[in-house]
Design a protein around this ligand. Sequence first.
Ligand code: ADP
Ligand code: MG
Length: 356
Amino acid sequence: IEKYKKWVIAYTKELRLPMTFYTTIINAVFAVLIGAGFMLAGGNYDNKFLLNLLFYIIITPIITVTLSKIMYSSENEMIVEDAIKRIESILERKPLPEAKEEKKISKASIKFDNVTFRYEDAGKNALNNVRLEIKEGEHVAFVGPSGGGKTTLASLIARFFDTTEGAITIGGVNVKDIPTKQLMSMVSFVFQDSKLLKISILDNVKMGKKDATREEVMEALKNAQCEDIIEKFPNGVDTVIGSKGTYVSGGEAQRLSIARAMLKDAPILILDEATAFADPDNETKVQQAFSQLSKGKTVIMIAHRLSSVVDADKTFVLKDGEIVEVGTHKELVEKDGLYAHMWNEYNKSVKWKVGA
Ligand code: ADP
Ligand code: MG
């Protein structure tokens, strides 16, 4: 950032002089015009001359404005080209092959069988030979250093990508053989940066279940501890988010997306660093909402704050795309490995915050 700052300032300074000249000249054309006009007229200032001069004096600023517009349009063209490139890169993506028949899936258990995954154009694997099993109803945690592959692992369950090698099964069925609609009905996500659309709160939550009644939505909002958010706005649940003066904080957006997940009521729940944005005010509420949401579900929780995963049935520690440790909090702390180290660091940081 420091380097960029220096570069931008130097670049701007370099262009200052030419830009000043350019602006002065094109804006001063009419001054030149008056001088030149009088000179060329050679003392013959009749009505025809004055009218002509007047005409040009009025018309030249339009030329100036047009020139400026042409200049700025090239800048806009670059922005547009860039945007189109990004849109095209998405449109060019080939959809994954789609299974046709709905499968009978009786259990919300998850199994990774020797899964290796590499992102397209990436230099190295994001996941290497991952083997793990999550039983139905189990609450597990993925922890580990940033870039270790936690998010990748979680997104493979919902088949955001297909594995490079190995298979992922839900209730014994390969996710590749489950039609998207059925798979989506089985898995709910709450991400770190919860996205809300510029539609009413009601419709935002309803995205979890299109045919939900108003009562069901209200119930979900209540269970997700969202009542204070709704009370804040005069229009209640019909408030359109992002319209004038109706912004929600990161923590509030999170609770609303928890409500969305509650309404959806899928048997598998994935929480990816979902408490990271919550401020202390929100955090207790978000935690309560999570425990409501997690009841009776298979839950995968990815967390930075290790305090939120101490109660997990099992914790997988991921580093550089591999599972390096597995166990309960107690077992892992006793093992004195990477997790124990992270736990120590975490406690230090908590103390440090309290002391500061
Ligand atoms: P974590 O969630 O544990 O921080 P991620 O799963 O996001 O880790 O990332 C694992 C590895 O995959 C990292 O090396 C990261 O740079 C890479 N990665 C993540 N997303 C992409 C992507 N869309 N394209 C290419 N590489 C990616
Ligand atoms: Mg992540």
